[in-house]
Design a protein around this ligand. Structure first.
Ligand SMILES: Nc1nc2c(ncn2[C@@H]2O[C@H](COP(=O)(O)O[C@H]3[C@@H](O)[C@H](n4cnc5c(=O)[nH]c(N)nc54)O[C@@H]3COP(=O)(O)O)[C@@H](O)[C@H]2O)c(=O)[nH]1
Length: 885
């Protein structure tokens, strides 16, 4: 079951519990209410039945009493005798009335509740009437047949409602001599009836006289409301009650229903009595009786439901929380299991006795064991070489327990027996009481890293092509060698080897062949050397050898000779049979220098002498070279400070129109005003600056100074084009375009007044890179000129690709015109090429008029040379400008 299902189930349980309590409460209420209702109903009903019986009894007693009164009055002997005498005609009516009237009146007064009376003779004729006038119904009760007491009514007269009761008057002999009919007022019933029902306003009382069929309906106050004369008009229950059992009946009405209670009047056979109350008045006490217990039940059930809800909710929430936690735990266990198994690190879990109980996938794949093979095995026995197991058992666990874990690099062994380097960690796992229950051992095979590290280390110190030590390792070895030589007073030689014509082979047969050739040469050199000698490749086709513990100078010469010798046999490379020689320069410690730099430089210098000496030979460093080398070193040292010290100067050599002679531009030429050497020529220090990587700084200074000067002239109204020389290194390195852009921006010089000169030789070396740089420079608005043109054998097709504006004919060609036919031809060709390509041409090194005249005639547009002016300071340029103007 997932968490959602669990939440759903908990909510349902909660709902069902509360609903269960409510339903149970309802059932209990019902089970309690029904019998209670019945009981209450019976109680209330019985109470009413008792009431109706009591009232019926009161009515009966009233009737009985009336009957008894009638009987007593009729049985008064004197009065009775007088009537008998009257009947026998012995006395007159007047006598009889005179005698009887006061006596009867007295009796009536004593009775008190008799409204009127009529005395009839035996024949049923009225002989005496007292009180109210009785209705005709009274007559019917008298006569010869009236031998028993009888009752009729109630009847209604003008005076009210009355009950008529007749009593026979019997002589002493028992003969019927007359009948008394007495009228009893119904108001007499008022007291007993009102007593019982005074509080119920809609109560009706019904008295049914079965003998006469009359029904009287009274209010609770006892006031007569209606009288029904016909039996049929009487309610059925009243009629049935006469000789049936007492009972009650729910009577539906148009308005509120009634509840009727009825009973026979036992004292008065043939009579019945009933009273009705509003049904709601009957049920109210019934309901009141069950209301309290039901309220209690409802209260208890509600309280139970609330309590249950309150009790269950936290329980449910706790259960939910537990479910959630369980789910989370389940998830995190699952996650942990996935991490455990998917971990690229090998993970082994051991019990407290160091036996493996779990192994993840990586541990299987790294060790080569199967799961079942690892299970139950002690860690040390499994992962360590037999000879190291005891140490592992003794020390590893001791360290782990003492330091709460251990990690480090170690050697482990695979199932196959192969030993591999590993990074291993072992961590104890404690239980809550701090007792170690498990150990977790993690390890990774760091063989690849080790090999990569080794490779990186190797590459940092070796040439990747030949695997020979590189410049860094050479330096290191040389440093150590020098230390040793100094300590032991021994001699050491450095051999600088440059392969002859390697560039030619490389360019013509391609780099792959060149690379293979270098490897073969390296192998051959290696075979020619001792193991303790160091052979290194420091770049391109340059190798350096260190020979330590040199016995005599000749030993170095002997080794150099061997190196040249091993190259004498042709080299077989990629199907080519190649012949290659080498030029070797040799420097010696301590004779030629005592530092790494000095020794290598001396050897390098000697190598050049070997080249000059015809190649494929070796030369020792000479005192002459030592002097040159020292000078070079000092010059380099001074040059590095020349810019900061402000020792550089710019001279400007004017350039003029061949026809008009007007000065159209100047070329900026740098000079170094050395504090001791005087003015140093750029021919001397520019190549040195390039060699030592300092040309960038000088170039930037020249560009900025020249542009600033040109801007000054521009501001003075001289729109002089200024030509600035760029060294090959400046073009090759990144940042030139940005530099030019920056200088133009800072000086404010119009870009079209700046011309950058690049030598043809450099352009030919790196065509593609130069083209893109030249395009970027052109996009700044500057013009470009190819310097020393004609020396580099540029072709027409190649020239077409270059975004240049001007060709500058090298002064070597100008020098020979007009006498040297070759120079004349070359100059003519250059001019023709330029015309074809739409390029301008300037001839440099013009020293005499003949040259100028020839150039002018050959349609060369501009010239520069000593004829016009030597390179001069700005002021002299300005004087010249003024002079020409
Ligand atoms: N990268 C840079 N190179 C520069 C810079 N300044 C100069 N140079 C290069 O140095 C080389 C020697 O220059 P320099 O000694 O200044 O010689 C120049 C002229 O003095 C010389 N020249 C000019 N006219 C004549 C002449 O009629 N006869 C004669 N014998 N020599 C003459 O030619 C040099 C100018 O050559 P070029 O630049 O090819 O026009 C030289 O290669 C300079 O380029 C610099 O700031 N940066």
């Amino acid at each position: 079951m997932n968490l959602d299902q669990s939440v759903h189930l908990q909510r349902r349980i909660h709902r069902f519990a509360v609903m269960g309590i409510l339903i149970t409460g309802l059932l209990v209420a019902l089970a309690t209410a029904i019998p209670m209702y019945r009981h209450a109903y019976t109680l209330v009903s019985n109470s009413h039945m008792e009431g109706v019986r009591a009232q019926a009894q009161a009515v009966g007693q009233y009737l009985e009493k009336a009957t008894e009164l009638a009987r007593q009055i009729a049985s008064r002997s004197a009065v009775r005798d007088k009537l008998a005498q009257y009947n026998r005609w012995e006395i007159s009516l007047a006598e009889m009335v005179q005698f009887s009237a006061p006596r009867i009146r007295e009796a009536l007064d004593q009775a008190g509740n008799i409204a009127g009376m009529v005395r009839y003779d035996a024949e049923g004729n009225p002989v005496l009437e007292l009180g109210i006038a009785l209705p005709d119904a009274a007559q019917a009760l008298a006569g010869p047949n009236a031998i028993a007491t009888r009752r009729t009514g109630p009847v209604t007269t003008a005076d009210g409602h009355y009950l008529l009761v007749s009593a026979p008057i019997l002589s002493r002999e028992g003969e019927l001599v007359g009948t008394d009919v007495l009228a009893f007022g119904l108001s007499q019933l008022q007291a007993p009836l009102t007593l019982a029902h005074g509080s119920l306003p809609r109560t009706r009382l019904l008295v049914f006289n079965g003998e006469s069929g009359t029904t009287v309906e009274l209010a609770a106050t006892g006031a007569v409301l209606r009288i029904f004369d016909a039996t049929e008009s009487a309610p059925v229950y009243l009629r049935r009650a006469v000789d049936g059992p007492a009972g009650q009946q729910h009577v539906a009405r148009n308005g509120p229903d009634d509840m009727v209670f009825y009973t026979a009047i036992r004292e008065m056979p043939g009579w019945s009595f009933a009273y009705s109350i509003q049904a709601s008045d009957f049920y109210r006490p019934v309901l009141w009786q069950i209301l309290l217990p039901l309220s209690m039940i409802a209260l208890l059930v509600s309280a139970g439901a609330v309590l249950t809800a309150r009790t269950i909710r936290p329980m449910a929430e706790r259960a939910l929380q537990q479910a959630r936690e369980l789910a989370e735990l389940g998830e995190s266990r699952q996650l942990a299991a996935s991490v455990f198994d998917a971990s690229p690190q090998a993970v082994l879990i051991m019990d407290a006795s160091h036996r493996i109980i779990e192994a993840n996938r990586a541990s299987i794949s790294i060790t080569g064991y199967r799961q079942s093979e690892l299970h139950g095995k002690p860690l040390c026995e499994t992962l360590f070489r037999p000879e190291r197991r005891a140490a592992c058992d003794e020390m590893l666990w001791q360290r782990v327990d003492a330091h709460n874990g251990w990690q480090g690099e170690t050697e482990l062994v695979r199932r196959s027996g192969e030993v591999f380097p590993a990074w291993q960690s072992v961590t104890p796992v404690h239980d809550a009481s701090g007792v170690i229950r498990h150990y977790v051992c993690m390890f990774t095979d760091i063989g690849d890293e080790k090999r990569a590290e080794e490779r990186i280390r190797h590459l940092a110190h070796h040439d990747p092509l030949t695997e020979l030590p590189n410049r860094a390792l050479l330096t290191d070895r040389l440093a150590h060698g020098l230390d040793r030589a100094r300590r032991h007073g021994t001699r050491l030689a450095v051999l600088f080897i440059d392969l002859d014509r390697f560039k030619y082979i490389n360019d013509s047969l391609g780099h792959p062949v060149g690379d293979k050739l270098l490897k073969v040469v390296a192998d051959r050199f290696t075979t020619a050397l001792r193991e303790e000698d160091t052979l290194s490749r420091i770049g391109g086709d340059e190798f350096v050898v260190i020979l330590e513990d040199l016995g005599a100078t000749d030993d170095a010469a002997r080794v150099a000779g061997k190196l040249l010798e091993v190259l004498e046999t042709p080299l077989q490379v990629e199907g080519h049979e190649l012949f290659i020689g080498a030029s070797i320069g040799i420097s010696l410690f301590p004779t030629d220098g005592d530092s790494i730099d000095a020794l290598v430089r001396c050897a390098d210098s000697a190598m050049y002498r070997a080249k000059e000496a015809g190649r494929n030979t070796f030369q020792f460093f000479t005192p002459e070279q030592a002097r040159e080398s020292r000078e070079r070193f000092e010059l380099e040292r001074d040059l590095r400070q020349a810019v900061e010290r402000g020792e550089l100067r710019l001279l400007y050599q004017p350039q003029a129109d061949c026809v008009t002679g007007r000065i159209v531009g100047v070329e900026a030429l740098v000079r170094w005003q050395h504090p001791t050497r005087g003015l140093v020529s750029p021919d001397l220090f520019i190549p040195l600056a390039e060699e030592v990587g300092f040309i960038g700084k000088i170039g930037a200074w020249v560009l900025h100074t020249a542009c600033a000067q040109a801007r000054r002239w521009e501001e003075e109204g001289h729109d002089l084009r200024i030509a600035v020389n760029l060294s090959g290194q400046q073009i090759s390195r990144d940042g030139l375009v940005e530099l030019v852009h920056d200088v133009l921006a800072r000086t404010g010089l119009s870009p079209q007044l700046l011309e950058l000169e690049i030598t043809e030789g450099h352009l030919l070396q790196r065509v593609e890179h130069c083209i893109s740089t030249l395009r970027d420079l052109k996009s700044l608005g500057v013009t470009l000129a190819i310097d020393d043109f004609g020396t580099g054998y540029s072709s027409l097709s190649y020239l077409k690709k270059l975004p240049v504006d001007r060709l500058k004919i090298d002064r070597n060609f100008v020098e020979g015109i007009p006498d040297d036919r070759d120079d004349v031809a070359i100059v003519a060709t250059i001019l023709s090429m330029a015309r074809n390509l739409g390029l301008e041409v300037i001839a440099e090194g013009v020293e005499n008029d003949t040259q100028l005249t020839h150039l002018r005639n050959a349609h060369c547009t501009e010239y520069q040379g000593y004829l016009l002016s030597r390179p001069v300071p700005p002021a002299e340029v300005e004087a010249l400008l003024d002079a020409v103007a």
